[in-house]
Ligand binder design. Sequence first.
Ligand SMILES: Cc1ncc(COP(=O)(O)O)c(C=O)c1O
Length: 365
Amino acid sequence: MIMINYINLSISEQEYEQEISPLLKKIFLKGNFVGGEEIEEFENNFAKYIGCKYAISTASGTDALILALKALDIGVGDEVITVPNSFIATANAIEWIGAKAVFVDIGEDLLIDVKKIEKAITKKTKAIMPVHLTGLACDMDEINDIAKEYNLRVIEDAAQSIGSKYKGKKTGSLGDVGCFSLHPLKNLGGIGDGGIITTNNQDIAERLRLLKNNGLITRDEQQIIGRVSRLDTLNAIVLNHRLKKVDSVIERKRASAKKYHELLADIEGVELIKEAADKFHSYHTFVIKAEKRDDLKRYLFEKGIETKIHYPILIHQQKTFQDRGFKLPNSERLNKKILTLPLNITEEEIEVVAGEIKGFYRVSS
Ligand SMILES: Cc1ncc(COP(=O)(O)O)c(C=O)c1O
């Protein structure tokens, strides 16, 4: 029987009745389920939160990536540099618009190894898509320097990194565009799928607004070929409410991560990912590198503790990418060690998890 769950998205009846229900009621009474001032209000508040001029909401984080690539005119015959240790959506978005994903190996922090980017650049390369995995920002100065030198675009996959900072600036404001997921599991999670794109570039913002709405410039007049990818109004009004509280969500998770860092610091067999001084980690997830990872995972499960692996199959090893022949030794080595611990739990539960991890290595060493 699981006693410490990895995921718990339910809210209390009191929170539902007092905070969420009146918001939903407002939309039902107005009857505006698509578009409206609630969308605009959320987008404006989101842009302000990230520190960008524009925010354009979409139907999902995957769509945010697809539309951002499209808005930057990337497509068939182009290459986009990214990492193999992400949710499949990262590379899938690149391939969906007809470009090719080119995978670069990662460093010990599980982020793109910026020293390896230049070697992957070809005449076809159009963009770099770094992933701020787990909520830890990539080395954006180095990435932007390379992009400038080779005239490449930078699309931040910020799906996991709302509220994260690099040298004091929020992720999503550091490249040409930032793409966020508003999936319920994220630190800013809605009541269904959702995504949002941030940019400081007015042309890109205008193009995105066309692309996400059938390319229509007015209700009836089309300017470019587009598609439909809109955030639901019900979702936007809840997200706007939750945006006000996202910093406290992040602070709570940072406190849990700090506790894990204290309790797991000296365990032989466990390696922790350090928080760099110039980065503010928002801890979408808490990942450790563990020896005998699969045995540990099983042991914890038997003790009633649920853990996850993000992600068990590296993208270049998926059957859809296998034939490309990428060999990425660091990613492949680290992928056998990573384990995501539950974070949305009480301090006492963190102590239980850490205690069981200690117990495992005592027994198994
Ligand atoms: C790194 C990364 N990129 C993209 C996405 C796609 O977002 P969505 O699930 O909202 O489509 C996710 C979602 O988990 C993600 O973690």
